[in-house]
Design a protein around this ligand. Structure first.
Ligand code: URA
Length: 241
């Protein structure tokens, strides 16, 4: 990667500002001053410093966010705030994107990464990665609903859902449930409840594949995944959990 791109990516300013930094002699590669912005470096093997400070560069970043309501699961939008707008610059420079989508009014577990392969694997419909949601429903939820979800329900567009696991935590005029689905159709949880004549009034994702939402994260907060969590995702094959 070009040295100017590397330094700009990790937050040393625009390509133009970085050019100035290089010209000033502040940048060294393996102890040798480098002034040419076109020089290629391999940050995994070479030591790059700016004013003597080591530049840490990672290829991939993996972030777990507790998504708040009111932001969309996209990288940019002309009108609406996105989950990427919630990131610190030092994380945003790696250009992570959300793995799958949560609705604007859905909260909870959202993975952001720039690892396209991992994202692809987790989202592939063939992989059947389970996602568990906690929800409030506007009326009593029954064992018949649980059985219907186990069998698969027909959505408004005629699609029949794959077997899903419904746990009724409390049933009343506002019910609390957990639902695990293995696909990710548009508005799937809301539409599954519509299929049994009920309405989701609050929705939060609490897990995805092998990972649970870190409940110590406030809404809008995020943290890097630990090495163990990254490993769990990389090696995950559904049915593991
Ligand atoms: N199902 C929904 O209806 N909405 C979400 O955001 C996620 C799953």
């Amino acid at each position: 990667m070009r040295i100017d791109k590397l330094l700009a990516n990790v937050g040393y300013g625009s390509r133009k500002e970085v050019k100035g930094l290089l010209k000033s002699g502040a940048v060294k590669v393996d102890e040798t001053v480098v002034k040419d912005p076109k020089i290629h470096v391999n940050p995994a093997e070479q030591e790059v410093t700016v004013h003597g400070e080591l530049v840490s560069y990672r290829e991939f970043v993996y972030l777990m966010m507790n998504k708040p309501q009111g932001v969309i699961s996209a990288t940019e939008d002309s009108y609406q705030k996105t989950v990427v707008d919630l990131l610190e610059l030092e994380d945003a420079v790696y250009e992570p994107f959300p793995v799958g989508r949560l609705d604007k009014d859905t909260e909870g577990f959202l993975l952001l990464t720039n690892d396209g392969q991992l994202s692809h694997r987790l989202l592939s419909p063939k992989k059947h990665v389970p996602k568990t949601y906690f929800a409030h429903i506007n009326s009593p939820v029954t064992e018949e609903d649980a059985e219907a979800f186990r069998q698969g329900v027909e959505l408004d567009d005629g699609y029949r859902t794959k077997p899903a696991e419904l746990t009724i935590l409390s049933s009343g005029h506002i019910s609390e449930i957990e639902l695990t689905i293995v696909e990710g159709k548009f508005h799937q949880v809301k539409r599954m409840f519509e299929a049994v004549g009920k309405k989701v009034t609050y929705l939060k994702r609490i897990s995805m594949g092998p990972l649970d939402l870190d409940e110590s994260l406030e809404l809008g907060e995020y943290r890097e995944l630990t090495d163990e969590e990254i490993e769990a995702l990389q090696s995950y094959t559904p049915g593991d959990k």
